[in-house]
Design a protein around this ligand. Structure first.
Ligand SMILES: Cc1cc2nc3c(=O)[nH]c(=O)nc-3n(C[C@H](O)[C@H](O)[C@H](O)COP(=O)(O)OP(=O)(O)OC[C@H]3O[C@@H](n4cnc5c(N)ncnc54)[C@H](O)[C@@H]3O)c2cc1C
Length: 425
């Protein structure tokens, strides 16, 4: 299939174009604005920050998310901005022994139907921003409230202004104000996991240090690190995750101390120690979440991305799921523009089971990877490899073909995500 072959959403025919307000100019908000504009609608994006921005860190775009971006005509820009990954190896954090390998190129890429990319987050946001109508992107606009009636939605902003639209998409992240307006204040809870993030100059490190794919995970008891190259090998990205009893900072992220970060991984194998020694600045995050929920929106208001389905990063799927949301919502609002509330309900019907299953898999992956029982984890990795799956059982997520499946609801029984973990939960 080439870029131009893919099915385009049917343009609204008898229905008038809808006016849509999107709250949040992150990855999900910009992607949904692009999808809805391609579906023929009139879209305004409202972002609270004075400038578009992303944290200084890497992000994985798994094959099915690549397919969603390609379906939004962003395939060439993604290829230009990102690095296609041929695979990943997992090593022991303390001994350096290789524990598993995930192949993502060749036969695997053919099975998944698209490449797996890594990007600097700012570069991915740039791909989306370049395809966004800048005249309709309103910065410094913090949403403080929303009201809906039979004819539309009114969004209120901190500067006292208001905006009226037919529909509202809440893409305002895990601390979503739109969500709070619909369902009341409920603070996301600390997941018992914390993260360090750092970018280092890869030229200061031996070239082969991340193994054959330039992507290496380091697994230990109660913690792991993901390390991979960005921007053609110039930058080495480090993202860690550790079990933690409590998160004491007031906010949910904080500047970190590189020495404290290094000290968090005692007994690191020499290659990993070299990488940690190269860290000169870092940030420290507490991971917050919510249980899978059906509170995804109501009437003319729809939540997407982390506002609807926050998840632990252990499947690398939070942004990927926001991109899937964007494409599927664009399709439904193309074919059911005559009845937008029915379109939103159909979107939820398709998306909720898949997002819930991925939220569950993310949590289970975290338990498996951090398990103290080394043999049990290795058995689980080997069992999946033997049946042609990735060590973390991700085939069902990566092989999803969004262009043919966007209107299909698939039920994923709990056992679908529990069973592949071979009892690790
Ligand atoms: C350590 C870590 C690693 C991760 N790695 C990956 C990965 O490799 N692959 C992957 O797919 N996902 C990954 N994720 C998850 C991913 O980062 C998120 O799921 C994704 O960024 C969610 O996008 P979003 O647009 O829904 O929300 P956000 O990125 O949170 O964007 C929300 C936007 O809304 C704005 N906003 C908030 N409130 C308001 C308001 N009241 N008014 C106006 N604007 C507002 C914010 O300023 C922001 O711009 C990772 C997450 C973490 C923590």
């Amino acid at each position: 299939m080439t870029e131009s072959d893919h099915q385009r959403p049917d343009p609204p025919t008898s229905a008038r174009p809808l006016s849509v307000a999107v709250v949040g100019g992150g990855l999900g908000g910009l992607a949904v604005a692009i999808a809805l504009r391609q579906a023929g609608h009139s879209v305004d994006v409202f972002e609270q920050a004075a400038a578009l921005g992303e944290v200084g860190a890497g992000i994985n775009i798994s094959p099915q998310a690549t397919k969603a971006l390609s379906a939004l005509d962003l395939g060439p820009a993604l290829e230009e901005a990102g690095d296609a990954v041929t695979g990943q190896i997992q090593r022991s954090l303390t001994t350096g022994e290789q524990l598993a390998e995930t192949r993502l190129a060749g036969e695997a890429a053919a099975r998944f139907g698209a490449p797996y990319y890594v990007l600097h987050r700012a570069d991915l946001l740039g791909v989306l921003a370049d395809a966004t109508d800048r005249a309709r992107l309103h910065l410094d606009k913090r949403c403080t409230g929303v009201d809906q009636d039979a004819d539309g939605v009114t969004v209120r902003f901190a500067d006292g202004s208001r905006h009226r639209a037919d529909l509202l998409i809440g893409a305002d992240g895990i601390h979503s104000r739109v969500r709070a307006c619909l369902y009341g204040e409920d603070q996301p809870v600390f997941t018992g996991q914390m993260v360090w993030r750092a970018l280092v100059d890869a030229r200061t490190l031996p070239p082969g240090i991340l193994g054959p794919h330039g992507f290496c995970g380091w697994i230990g008891k109660g913690s792991h690190l993901m390390t991979y190259y960005l921007r053609g090998g110039q930058i080495l990205n480090i993202t860690t995750q550790s079990d933690a009893d409590a998160w004491v900072e007031e906010g949910w992220s904080a500047a970190g101390d590189p020495d404290e970060m290094r000290a968090a991984f005692p007994g690191a194998t020499p290659d990993l120690q070299l990488i940690l020694d190269a860290v000169t600045s870092c940030s420290k995050w507490g991971l917050f979440g919510r249980e899978p929920s059906h509170q995804w929106g109501d009437g003319r208001i729809q939540l997407i991305g982390d506002a609807a389905h926050p998840m632990l990063p252990n499947a690398g799927q939070g942004a990927a799921q926001a991109l899937e949301d964007a494409y599927v919502l664009g399709r439904w609002l193309a074919v059911r523009a005559d009845d937008p509330e029915a379109a939103l309900a159909a979107f939820r019907d398709v998306r909720i089971p898949r997002a819930h299953a991925i939220q569950r898999q993310s949590r289970l992956n975290s338990k498996l990877v951090h398990a103290g029982d080394w043999e049990r984890r290795q058995d689980a990795f080997r069992a999946r490899e033997a049946r042609g799956d990735t060590p973390l059982g991700m085939n069902w997520i990566y092989a999803y073909d969004i262009e043919s499946q966007w209107a299909h609801r698939v039920e994923y029984p709990l056992s679908h995500t529990d069973a592949p973990l071979d009892g690790a939960a």
